[in-house]
Design a protein around this ligand. Structure first.
Ligand code: HEC
Length: 138
């Protein structure tokens, strides 16, 4: 049991470092508060994946709840432009499904719901950020 816990912590730490490094390696960074929220979401996705892989559904549900709350909070910040609030609202909705899936203990549902969250992240990047990047891909 101790071994499994140590292993899962190792996976989470390694994966978190790997992912943040990938995000930090990007040439263009978002403004600081946005950057923090984005990387926070990224770390949540990673940690939930690690928890799912060792069937720690309680941990998966707790992290998903944190993600859900953060995204809901952002979606309610009145001074943010409408598309930004809407995009984060979509992530919050997807995270609600993820919480339910983690609480049910069905890992296939958790995997699908995780994918739903990523699709909500990507939908926003696709529209608001990556059109230019796509053009330059070749
Ligand atoms: C409302 C739209 C929107 C949503 C929703 C959104 N993002 Fe982003 N994200 C952006 C934009 C725009 C940028 C780039 C900002 C810039 O380059 O100035 C970005 C940047 C990022 C970055 C790079 C940060 C950096 O500058 O190094 C990461 C990582 C990221 N997002 C992860 C996520 C994850 C994970 C989610 C979902 C949990 C998510 N984002 C949801 C719009 C969004």
């Amino acid at each position: 049991m101790k071994k499994i816990i140590a292993l899962s912590i190792g996976v989470i730490v390694a994966a978190t470092l790997g992912f943040s490094a990938a995000a930090v390696a990007q040439k263009k960074h978002a403004p600081k508060p946005v950057w923090g929220a984005m990387v926070g979401g990224l770390i949540d996705l990673q940690s939930i994946t690690a928890a799912m892989m060792v069937f720690d559904m309680k941990r998966a549900a707790t992290i998903a709840e944190g993600l859900q709350k953060r995204e809901t909070y952002i979606s309610n910040i009145a001074r943010l432009p409408e598309p930004v609030r809407k995009g984060h609202g979509k992530v919050a909705e997807a995270a609600t499904k993820l919480v339910a899936a983690a609480k049910s203990g069905e890992e296939q549902d958790v995997a699908k719901a995780l994918s739903g969250v990523m699709q909500a992240c990507n939908a926003c990047h696709y529209d608001l950020r990556d059109a230019e990047r796509r053009k330059k891909m070749k």
